[in-house]
Write a protein that binds this ligand. Structure first.
Ligand SMILES: [Zn+2]
Length: 243
């Protein structure tokens, strides 16, 4: 079976979480509501778990089971019971107190090579886009296909942090661009860290690249697990923005 677009979106979020997840330590896992917030999903049911099931969780869990993938959905838990739903254990034919098996699934998820499920399509470099000569222009646009850029886009569900727009692409995919606020490379030498990155639509990406607009910290749409450091915003406003 194929994974539907909501299942894919959830999978990408979980993959981005794997770095900080410690097998057997549910306090490092993620709650149903947090998944809604990070993916900006509507609450469709009274219970957050039920709501998430109908928006990717069931399809992702079924997909992992039927494709012999580790049970990565076990990192989504009910924060009060600190456990995934019974269905998680039942789907794999386990008892719902088989914590050893559960921890092993998370350990395997961390080891598993998920790279082919991180949406490379979003990071394709448009064929007509040339990286400008650094001599010619002070803000050079460095296009990179890094894990961080995929992660930041997933955290924001491909919505621009300035205007909230996500571009709809074929097959239910979304498109966004990750921007380094203090640019990488000379002469700016910004760091390649998530605190220096912002998820943007192509219009806002160009406007920031060319210093057409200031960044107003109050205008930035936030997501959990992604804090932008103010020093980089100040750098943009002081050195990139040209009134
Ligand atoms: Zn925008």
């Amino acid at each position: 079976m194929d994974l539907d677009s909501q299942g894919k979106q959830l999978l990408e979020l979980l993959i981005s979480k794997l770095d900080t997840v410690v097998p057997g330590k549910p306090e490092t896992y993620i709650g149903y509501k947090e998944c809604h917030d990070l993916l900006r999903l509507p609450r469709l049911r009274e219970k957050w778990g039920e709501s998430l099931k109908s928006q990717g969780l069931s399809s992702l869990a079924d997909w992992t089971e039927s494709n012999d993938k580790p049970g990565i959905t076990g990192i989504i838990i009910n924060l009060s019971t600190k456990k995934p739903g019974k269905e998680y254990f039942n789907l794999f034919g386990k008892d719902d107190d088989d914590y050893k098996w559960w921890a092993a699934q998370i350990a395997e998820s961390k080891k598993h090579d998920w790279s082919s499920y991180i949406s490379k399509i979003f990071d394709l470099i448009p064929s007509d886009l040339k990286v400008p000569d650094r001599e010619d222009i002070t803000t050079s646009r460095v296009i990179r296909d890094t894990f961080l850029s995929s992660k930041i886009k997933a955290l924001h569900s491909y919505k621009c942090q300035l205007c909230g727009i996500a571009l709809n692409m074929p097959e239910g995919k979304k498109y966004a661009e990750a921007h380094h606020i203090q640019p990488l490379g000379k002469p700016h030498n910004g760091p390649d860290i998530i605190e220096n990155m912002i998820c943007l639509c192509p219009n806002h990406h160009a406007m920031l690249d060319y210093g057409a607009i200031k960044i107003d910290p109050k205008q930035i749409r936030l997501a959990d697990d992604h804090e932008i450091s103010h020093c980089f915003i100040s750098y943009h406003n002081d050195f990139i923005y040209r009134p």
